[in-house]
Design a protein around this ligand. Structure first.
Ligand SMILES: [Mg+2]
Length: 263
């Protein structure tokens, strides 16, 4: 941890910033996140928002940021849906269990989303539309091609009503029913890390990964070789220990920016 005035090495360059639990919680902005992003940008820091939530389309994600007071374009956001699509090639065919975000990412990649064999892979992202029939079809399709890809493996996600099943729960069901070991694309895995490096152009610009989950955000920071800043505004309660080294810790994103950039 650092005090006010903070470590100058985190200023300039680019920060990777998680969305759920950092920018918002169940859609409601956390503290003065808009002002903090503006302050960071005027200090010369590029902000790349990186989320494991594969469900929203990129348009919906940008609209959510706009409603939170953050101006962002398509190049400012990366999701586990894009990471999953990057594991496939243009011209391939994929079965899909997931929402608009994954469908859009696959189609943008030139991958046809189909319901019947032959397929090259089955991709699982987050969706509310999941039942026995969906599971049976996905497992059969996955068995037919032998390749199962998960956008991410978060077992749950936090909502005002408590924890709800996350993509990891759906993926585990398809993996068990198909007998396949899934490849996982999102944080903290290699596919997403590669997209971050690609998006930044010069990976040496990256100074910090900010997130609320050591298991995903912290391990991504390790993989990218930069410090991890943990905020207590999401799934990790204040004072809870972290499974990976924490370079900076703050109650929320605004406090972190105060620490490292000044108020
Ligand atoms: Mg998070």
């Amino acid at each position: 941890m650092t005090g006010a005035g903070g470590a100058p090495s985190t200023v300039g360059g680019a920060w990777v910033v998680d969305l759920d639990g950092v920018v918002w919680l169940a859609g409601a902005p956390i503290g003065d996140v808009a002002g903090s992003v503006a302050r960071l940008r005027s200090a010369g820091v590029d902000v790349l928002f990186v989320t494991n939530n594969s469900a929203p389309s990129s348009e919906e994600l940008l609209a959510r940021l706009y409603r939170a007071g953050v101006d962002a374009g398509p190049s400012d956001v990366l999701s586990s849906a894009a990471a999953a699509a990057s594991l496939l090639e243009a011209g391939q065919r994929a079965g899909l269990v997931g929402g608009d975000g994954v469908r859009e990412a696959l189609e943008h990649r030139g991958v046809a989303v189909v319901a019947e064999p032959p397929v090259d892979a089955v991709v699982v992202g987050w969706t509310h539309d999941f039942d026995f029939d969906v599971l049976a079809r996905a497992a059969t399709l996955a068995r037919s091609c032998g390749r199962l890809i998960g956008t991410n493996e978060d077992p749950t996600h936090p909502t005002p009503e408590g924890l709800l099943p996350g993509t990891g729960s759906l993926l585990a069901a398809v993996a068990t029913a198909s007998g396949l070991r899934p490849e996982v694309a999102g944080k903290p895995h290699a596919a997403l890390a590669s997209l971050v490096r690609e998006r930044l152009g010069d990976a040496g610009r990256l100074r910090l990964v900010v997130g609320d989950q050591p298991r995903t955000d912290g391990v991504l920071a390790q993989r990218l070789g930069v410090p991890f800043a943990l905020v207590d505004s999401g799934v990790t309660p204040a004072g809870a220990s972290s499974s990976v080294p924490v370079a900076h810790r703050a109650a929320d994103f605004a406090s972190l920016v105060d620490q490292l950039v000044g108020s």
